[in-house]
Design a protein around this ligand. Sequence first.
Ligand code: GTP
Ligand code: MG
Length: 176
Amino acid sequence: PNPATSVKLVLLGEAAVGKSSLVLRFVSNDFQENKEPTIGAAFLTQKCTIGERTIKYEIWDTAGQERFALLAPMYYRNAQAALVVYDITKPASFIKARHWVKELHEQASKDITIALVGNKFDLVEDDEEDSLRKVSVEEGQNLAEEEGLLFFETSAKTSYNVNEVFIGIGSKIPDS
Ligand code: GTP
Ligand code: MG
């Protein structure tokens, strides 16, 4: 069998957007309705098979709370991939995501693969009037296009599109 390619991946984004929940869904196929905020950062690993390749993700799940902001560079500095996560019901979290993308382009590795992830898709109703959506799909797509990012809307709660994020990132990572 092919040896696994290790990929260092960091999650960044405002507090409570669902970073840890996306990781919990990807690693354990589980969801917690009242997940506790991350303190500092958490490290987890998960393998992912894409066609003939196996990728071993080494995941740094950072804390979004402002008091941990200065720690983030330690985690993204050596990362080959990043998920910049926002909550599609929280416009401020989308503004924060823009800032993260800018910072990554300025400070992270030049060849980092970045995915922009709009989470909590389950809170969006088909009926526009009842929908909690505050950030449109187009806003997300436009930012991703301008900055050369992959783009997904996800739900850690229903698992919608969560594996697709990691498969999408993995497909972009060259063999090492
Ligand atoms: P920090 O660690 O503080 O940066 O937060 P975080 O981004 O890791 O968020 P976390 O995963 O802890 O989720 C925050 C809250 O949102 C929790 O109560 C989750 O249950 C909830 N949540 C996460 N993802 C989703 C989702 O896709 N849909 C819904 N409805 N709730 C979600
Ligand atoms: Mg967390």
